[in-house]
Design a protein around this ligand. Structure first.
Ligand code: ZN
Length: 437
């Protein structure tokens, strides 16, 4: 090979300089590129308790990423290495979880426990037990476990260490990429954008494995802050969302204009500039259906601005925070498919409204649950119809049947369901969910 002088090795790679904050096109100065690229992953720090081996590997990955400015190929190698650390993190977490003992259960025989001191031990034991059709005991469940990535992923989900439905689809994709990296069948090149995203995803996954969510995360987001907000609308189709504070400013000209408006008070995700998560569907609010993207809680209304102000001054409601992942929705199919409903609302319906076929679906967003149920009507689309994870989307089927059967499936996942009967309130105009009774 050609021996390159040090000066040459220290020179920025032209390909790396082509990536700038606005995408491809302009060319950055080397010093700007070095800073810009490092900033892309600068804030992904690992939680305090993360195992030393995983932490060392991750820190090394972050260090090497910075050298991509000098050598574009580094981005591909960083992306590949991140996928291997994905498996290392699962192994390290497994070793902490099992605390030196793994237990297998085979049909018609007593449980067998083994002492393990390394992950190699775990793999040997798992291999040995497979011949006896034994399954790994994970709390109150048993799972197929071969010690490979597939088994580790199943274990982490069963043990409740990983959560979210969309993140599960990303875990699937990471596993496929990991297998491709371990057994490459061709040439691939990662851009700095892809490499940085893989590193960020990896940081989120490691932190979640060790029990820490990521504020504004893509995969395992921390619970979102909900504030008290006032939704209002008038007869000519205008709708507004205001923070509660906006009503404490008393302005008589404003009140005159507002006579034509109806107001409701809710707990909702506020619009935060730069947040990955804001509720583009807030104006679809409906007490009966889950038509906003995030859980929006009805508190009061409808009424005038003055009444809303009085109610808030008396009651002084406060914000809270919500985890929007892994929600359970019921979707009613009666002559047409209706928007997803919260199980508590479905449980409070009068008998005549319980007709049709009901689907109990777990999903992060109502639109995901709805898309799955609509898709499952077409056999060629590949959506799962039986209980379990859907292989075609990020929904999990809990049950399908009568109103009672679907509600029982929801209760099996959530625990006892307390029926509610909220007053029927909705904003009149709808872009995303126009088809509601
Ligand atoms: Zn599906």
């Amino acid at each position: 090979m050609e021996i390159r002088p040090l000066e040459d090795l220290r020179t920025a790679d032209n390909l790396s300089l082509a990536f700038n904050p606005y995408g491809l096109g302009g060319r950055m100065k080397p010093e700007d590129a070095a800073e810009f690229q490092q900033r892309q992953i600068a804030d992904c720090d690992l939680a305090a308790g993360v195992a030393a081996g995983t932490r060392d590997s991750f820190d090394r990955l972050r260090t090497v990423f910075a050298y991509g400015v000098l050598c574009y190929d580094v981005y591909t190698m960083v992306g590949d290495q991140a996928l291997l650390i994905y498996e290392q993190a699962l192994r390290d977490r497994f070793m902490e979880w099992c605390a030196g003992t793994i237990t297998f259960r085979a049909p018609q025989s007593p449980d067998v426990s083994h002492t393990v001191t390394s992950y190699d031990d775990v793999k040997k034991r798992a291999d040995g037990m497979r011949g006896q059709r034994a399954k790994l005991v994970v709390a109150t469940h048993t799972i197929e476990f071969n010690g490979m990535l597939h088994g580790l992923r199943l274990w982490a989900r069963t043990a409740g260490l990983l959560r979210g439905r969309r993140s599960r689809a990303v875990e699937d994709a990471l596993a496929k990429l990991r297998n491709y990296v371990a057994h490459p069948s061709g040439h691939h090149v990662d851009t700095p954008v892809e490499a940085a995203r893989t590193v960020r995803d990896l940081a989120e996954l490691i932190n979640q494995l060790w029990g820490q969510t990521t504020p504004n995360g893509r995969l395992y987001p921390a619970p979102l802050r909900r504030d008290i907000a006032v939704l209002s609308w008038n007869g000519s189709g205008r709708a507004r969302m205001e923070p509660a504070d906006a009503l404490t400013v008393h302005d008589s000209t404003e009140d005159q204009e507002d006579v034509a408006y109806q107001h409701v008070v809710v707990r909702a995700i506020p619009f935060v500039p730069g947040s990955r998560w804001d509720d583009a569907h807030w104006a679809e609010f409906d007490t009966r259906y889950e038509t906003t993207r995030f859980p929006t809680e009805y508190l009061w209304g409808p009424g005038t601005r003055e009444q809303a102000r009085t109610w808030m001054e008396q009651e002084r409601p406060e914000g809270d925070s919500v985890d929007f992942t892994d929600r359970v929705f019921l979707v009613q199919d009666h002559e047409r498919l209706l928007p997803p409903m919260r199980p508590a609302v479905a449980a409070g319906l009068p008998d005549e409204e319980r007709v049709g076929v009901w689907h109990a679906v777990r999903a992060d967003f109502p639109a995901d649950a709805f898309a799955h149920v609509r898709g499952s009507g077409d056999r060629s689309a590949g959506h799962t119809r039986r209980p379990g994870d859907c292989s075609a989307c990020s929904a999990e089927v809990l049950g399908v049947g009568s109103h009672d059967e679907a509600l029982r499936a929801a209760a099996a996942a959530l625990g006892p369901i307390q029926a509610v009967q909220p007053p029927s309130v909705r904003l009149p105009l709808s872009t995303f969910w126009p088809d509601r009774p």
